[in-house]
Design a protein around this ligand. Structure first.
Ligand code: UTP
Length: 411
């Protein structure tokens, strides 16, 4: 079937006739581009999600229980050393890789450009977030006599800028052949009325679909194969914006191997029960993370017999996976969380409409939602002041100012 006919039929099938009308107003080149996009979009999935908004992820009446964690402070010196040595063997043998998730939009920080290109003024000089990561990798490489492969997840919106930035800075001295960028997934935005929107570029508006798309993207973009070809067994995945993130930690690897698990994560204790952070728990008997807003009120301040918060282990986006777990997760259907956002668009006459209120649904998957497909996870509780200094907001909590203070205090 001809490309044009196929695109038109798809749009008709999903009641998107306004896009067909729009298409007919475009010149040949623009029309071609739009048809191409329609054929590559997974419209069916988005419409399906729109039609089933109530089926997106919800805690509902799921059973929330405490999950057990390994507290770094409670390990004996002997256990600590043995576990660490187990991890060191893995790293020394070149079986460890690092993935940095840098596909987010960093809307709260409001920095123009990818978040990794944000600069902070530290005690030991001004550094970009990407540079801080490179320096941790280089330190580990020297210590263990290896060159750890570094993969960076970008998004359609920021991939080119990220690449240009890293090239401009010569990858901050990291061997370029050991750095690979890959793009995360995206999904069309959809209006409250269930309609696709046209953006300023005269194409259907799309946006990144959350950091949960990492699993599929690792596989689709050939990164998983690259890891396997390089005999990688353990993969660390972390965010781009925690300047104290320990991206190479043999202890985490050792604990996970020792506990016989395929996945692991680190936690820090809540500063107070009302800290707005996602915490580890068991959801219907399986490992999971529950967002602050979803935690039932009576559980927020609940303490155990030792006076410790039952739901006090905060997720710091510091995850570890066995390569087999990543293979298994590549084809996993992820639940979607809905966000309602404000998005401008072109109306049927090509005029830009800037809405005053939120007008579109954005579907996002979260990286931790797959934890429930495992029976167990290793959780290593570490010291907040040593490993957690996130940069989320422009000012106030979790801002450059608070993060720099924490960083300088550790050094
Ligand atoms: P956040 O959820 O904090 O989002 O991402 P963000 O984009 O940095 O900031 P806001 O919410 O827009 O202000 C946590 C980590 O996950 C990555 C981010 O780059 C960050 O490292 N992420 C987030 C992605 O890689 N892709 C996404 O679609 C979302």
């Amino acid at each position: 079937m001809e490309k044009e006919t196929m695109a038109v039929e798809t749009l008709k099938k999903f009641n998107q006739d306004h896009i067909i009308d729009w298409m007919n107003k475009l010149n040949e080149e623009e029309k071609n581009k739009l048809e191409e996009q329609v054929l590559n979009l997974n419209i069916e999935q988005v419409i399906d999600m729109y039609n089933n908004l109530s089926q997106t992820f919800e805690i509902g009446d799921k059973k929330i229980e405490k999950i057990s964690v390994t507290d770094i402070d409670k390990l004996s010196k002997e256990d600590f050393d043995n576990l660490k040595n187990t991890g060191i063997e893995i790293i020394k043998n070149g079986k460890y890789a690092v993935v940095t998730m840098a596909g987010g939009q960093g809307t709260r920080l409001g920095h123009t450009g990818p978040k990794g290109t944000f600069k902070v003024n530290l005690k030991n000089g001004e550094k970009y977030l990407f540079q801080i990561i490179v320096e941790s990798l280089q330190k580990a490489n020297e210590k263990y006599g290896v060159i750890i492969p570094w993969y960076i997840m970008t998004s359609e919106e920021n991939n080119d800028q990220t690449l240009a930035f890293l090239e401009e800075h010569s990858y901050f001295g990291y061997p370029q052949e050991k750095v690979k960028l890959f793009k995360q997934g995206k999904a069309p935005l959809i209006s409250k009325e269930g309609k696709l929107l046209i953006g300023k570029d005269k194409l259907i508006k799309e946006a990144s679909d959350g950091n949960g798309s990492i699993y599929k993207s690792l596989s689709v973009d050939g990164i998983l194969d690259d890891m396997k070809n390089n005999n990688i067994e353990w993969v660390f995945v972390g965010g781009v914006d925690n300047i104290l993130l320990k991206i190479v930690d043999p202890l985490l690897v050792g604990v996970t191997i020792n506990e016989g698990n395929q996945i692991a994560s680190k936690s820090v204790i809540k500063t107070n029960p009302r800290e707005r952070a996602g915490v580890f728990c068991k959801i219907d008997g399986k490992p999971g993370i529950i967002e602050y807003s979803e935690l039932p009120e009576e559980m927020i301040e609940e303490v155990d017999e030792n006076g410790e918060l039952v739901f006090g282990d905060v997720n710091i986006l510091s995850h570890l996976y066995n390569i087999k777990a990543l293979e298994q997760l590549a084809n996993m259907k992820m639940p979607y969380h809905i966000a309602i956002k404000k998005s401008d668009y072109l109306d049927e006459n090509g005029n830009l409409v800037v809405p005053e209120d939120k007008n579109v649904y954005k579907f996002e998957s979260f990286i931790f939602d797959v934890f429930s497909s495992f029976d167990n996870i290793s959780i290593l509780r570490v010291k907040r002041e040593e490993e957690f200094a996130p940069i989320k907001n422009k000012e106030g909590n979790d801002s450059p100012e608070t993060a720099v203070k924490l960083y300088n205090a550790r050094d």
